[in-house]
Design a protein around this ligand. Structure first.
Ligand code: ATP
Length: 775
């Protein structure tokens, strides 16, 4: 045992000293998590420390464990990887290493440790916590510390944050980094798509995931790959024939390219590794396809974190500090998880145990259990993938009398994921024997046909038409804001009758919601509206009642943070400049607030809160203070986000001018309006995969009404429904109830906005103290 160099510092009672570390493989978003932990710790009146280079830093101690200050983590949200380093440390796997780590922590007076890493890192953390009392005892018996000195360290607080690109941890839907990694994969596959199409080639793409096929499956879902290989769900015994059969069929339908995605840990049912080259040989030799292999490798860990990971890292980092402060010696160590849209604490030991069981089940060829142990969402995605890829499974085909003509319509502004949802709905219809019908250009396009003009605004969608839509932005079937009331209920009803439309799948934002509401309410007068209708919310503004998430909103946030990152860089280079950036969102401040969390905005101005003079004066004073402290390497550009409808008087330009005028020459100010850039180009993978999942679920919901009479349908409140995420659940809500109880019709948004309190976190982490508006 090395010599004792310091006694533990004496601490004011109640003041915690919280350390954060990143461990295992690096993942995008880890730096954002460190920033959130450090700032929330300081904001809570505690001392923050960072352990550099993972457990290695804990074992080595000294300068590897550093006191962290507010400015130290400035700008970290937009950095990739982890800025405090990570390592794999063999010494920590031994008790001697952990004893040394305990000694170093006590020397710095640290009594809580937040570990951001994968299952290995969290297993190590849990072991450390379990052993802690005996390690402390040993440090006393070996006279490293006195009994008096270790008194404040009887209990070690551990909190886990799951940082890993693989998304291999049980109990949480997403790990910090997994969606960024998926974004890198999808970008690569989208690029490869173009060359594959040009040469009619096949590509076999290997992605990361030793025991977890999440990345491979999600990449398959979001890019519309022809076949995927996952460790948890190996292909059938005769997979060679099955795969070739599916690809041959896709080619015979007219597809010019083939994409097969292989997880690095893929194997057959007997655990024989399925190497990308083996797949390539099959495609070349059996199908005669010109086939190439691409191994994506470390590109998947690269780049900065996507919007979702920045938000997740920030919210979970804040929650981890709160969990430390809430804990008592009897509280089991938590791991911070996310279930659908809800941040939750779960027991760390159980999460690690369940995760290890997956690898064990795979090792025993018990793939049913392996799939069960993954979250319910995983099987749902797997089923959605299969049902939208293999279009000729006789077991899935409905008898002729149960097949329906399903109208698919887009309403409102375009949003990322609309096409992916339409593609999934089309593929689902074809698998089940329904007829998918595109009602082009919203209700005006659809109704226009009623005049018996020879216009093809109503068209059966073929598999090949929809096949290329997985990654396309905008709206391939055209969209329009006009409501049925504007087109005429009579005309709308006639058009539905004329084309024998048995059900409607409506994709769009608040207008789409309004349109379905109108049709539902007009059912008493029009028999044609007594059909099942589902709306899938799709809008950048995320303001549709009945859901906390609309497809397209993630694409918008990603476009916005890319824009803001570029502006921030310019602001930093120009020294002492603040940009006031105007965001979309209508009367909902969602986009501004979540983008604010994701870029580390100085302040966010929303319509919900409004803007007042005191607020502006306060922010100017704060900016002066912050710019005065901004020196050397810690300098970073500053951004204020203002929603387009936050105030009628204080426009984005006026605010920028007021700031400039009132800065007293201490800083400069500019404004920027990204406008339609926020609709995004290529939809984000999250919007694409959720579009597929919700698209399939919506069609399954519609199928429940097959065989019912129009009056029975009209009498069932769920026959006009909105699909969405509410808290920890994906659910359908009856339109009537959502319209009457949950909708703020005047401002076109939900009455209760789940994200409203998140603006407090933006303020806490930017150090903003808001004045109260007394008026
Ligand atoms: P990734 O998911 O990216 O692989 P990980 O956290 O699972 O990340 P590992 O290499 O498994 O990465 O673990 C990181 C470090 O955690 C190890 O180098 C080791 O220091 C520590 N660790 C892992 N397992 C244990 C264990 N059983 N006991 C003590 N420490 C461990």
């Amino acid at each position: 045992m090395a010599q004792v160099n310091t006694s533990p510092p004496t601490m004011p009672s109640g003041k915690k000293r919280i350390a954060v570390m990143t461990s295992g493989g690096d993942a995008q978003g880890m730096s954002g998590a460190v920033r959130a932990v450090v700032r929330q710790t300081i904001a809570s009146g505690c001392d923050a420390f960072a352990v550099y280079e993972g457990y290695e830093g804990l074992v080595k101690g000294g300068d590897m464990i550093r006191h962290m200050y507010w400015e130290d983590v400035r700008g970290w949200l937009s950095e990739g990887g982890t800025l405090i380093g990570t390592a794999r440390c063999m010494e920590f796997k031994e008790r001697a290493g952990r004893l040394q780590a305990a000694k170093n922590m006590i020397a710095k007076g640290i009594d809580a440790l937040i570990v951001c890493g994968g299952d290995g890192s969290l297993t190590g953390a849990d072991r450390f916590r379990e052993e802690w009392p005996s390690l402390v005892e040993e440090l006393v018996t070996t006279k490293v510390y006195t009994a008096e000195e270790v008194k404040p360290f009887q209990h070690l607080n551990i909190v886990g944050l799951v940082g890993s690109i693989d998304n291999d941890m049980s109990s949480t839907d997403a790990t910090i980094g997994c969606y960024s990694s998926l974004q890198r994969i999808c970008q690569a596959v989208d690029y490869i798509d173009a060359t594959a199409f040009s040469h009619q080639r096949a590509f076999v793409i290997e992605v990361m995931g030793r025991h977890c096929g999440w990345l491979a499956l999600m990449a398959g879902v979001s890019t519309g790959a022809d076949f995927v290989f996952l460790p948890e769900q190996p292909p059938s015994e005769n997979w060679e024939e099955e795969m070739c059969g599916i690809i041959k069929k896709h080619r015979s339908l007219g597809k010019r390219k083939t994409i097969v995605i292989v997880a690095e840990g893929a194997h057959d049912a007997n655990l024989n590794h399925i190497a990308p080259n083996k797949v390539k040989d099959l495609l070349s030799n059996k199908l005669g396809l010109d086939t190439r292999v691409t191994t994506l490798g470390h590109v998947q860990r690269g780049g900065t974190a996507c919007a979702y990971d920045r938000m997740l890292a920030t919210l979970q980092g804040v929650e981890a500090v709160k969990a430390v402060l809430d804990s008592t010696p009897d509280t089991p160590s938590p791991v911070i998880c996310i279930v659908e849209n809800k941040i939750v604490r779960k027991p760390l030991v159980e999460a690690v145990r369940l995760t290890n069981l997956v690898a064990e089940a795979i090792g025993k060829k018990d793939f049913k259990t392996a799939m069960k142990l993954r979250d319910a969402e995983f099987s749902e995605y797997f089923n959605a993938y299969n049902i939208t890829t293999d279009t000729e499974d006789p077991a899935l085909l409905l008898p002729v009398e149960k097949r329906r003509r399903i109208g698919i319509i887009h309403v409102g502004a375009p949003a990322g994921g609309m096409n992916a949802a339409t593609r999934a709905a089309t593929a689902y219809c074809l698998t089940r024997g329904h007829t998918p019908i595109a009602l082009h250009n919203g209700f005006p396009g659809f109704v226009r046909h009623h005049d018996d003009k020879p216009i093809s605004s109503v068209e059966v969608i073929s598999w090949l038409d929809a096949e290329s839509w997985a990654s396309k932005g905008g709206s391939e079937i055209g969209t329009n804001r006009a409501l049925p009331s504007e087109c005429g209920f009579e005309h709308t009803a006639k058009a539905l009758e004329k084309h024998n439309i048995d059900a409607l799948f409506v994709v769009g934002g608040f207008e789409a919601f309004h349109a379905v509401s109108e049709l539902r309410q007009a059912r008493a007068n029009y028999e044609a509206f007594k059909i099942p209708m589902v709306i899938l919310p799709a809008t950048v503004s995320n303001n549709v009642p009945g859901t906390e998430y609309s497809i397209g909103s993630d694409t918008c946030l990603n476009a916005l943070i890319d824009y803001c990152d570029a502006i921030k860089q310019s602001a930093a280079a120009s020294r002492r400049r603040v940009f006031v950036v105007e965001t979309q969102g209508g009367a909902s401040g969602y986009v501004a607030t979540i983008a604010g969390l994701s870029i580390g905005a100085v302040a966010v101005y929303t319509p919900e809160e409004g803007i007042h003079l005191k607020m502006l004066a306060n922010d100017i004073a704060q900016l002066k203070e912050q710019f005065a402290k901004d020196r050397g390497q810690n300098r970073s550009g500053k951004i204020i986000l203002r929603n387009e409808k936050a105030s009628k008087t204080y426009t984005t330009e006026i605010i920028a001018n007021i700031f400039k005028e009132e800065s007293g020459g201490k800083f400069d100010s500019r404004f920027a309006v990204p406008g339609h850039v926020q609709q995004g180009g290529i939809p984000s993978p999250m919007d694409r995969v959720r579009a597929v999942r919700f698209g399939v679920k919506s069609l399954q919901h519609i199928e429940q009404f097959i065989g019912k009479t129009p009056d029975e349908i009209a009498a069932d409140p769920m026959s006009a429904a909105v699909i969405g995420i509410v808290g920890a659940k994906v659910k359908f809500s009856a339109m009537r109830q959502v319209e009457e109880e949950e909708t703020d019709w005047k401002d076109r948004r939900p009455k209760n906005e789940f994200w409203i309190d998140l603006s407090k976190i933006v303020d806490t982490l930017s150090g903003r103290k808001k004045p109260v508006n007394e008026e």
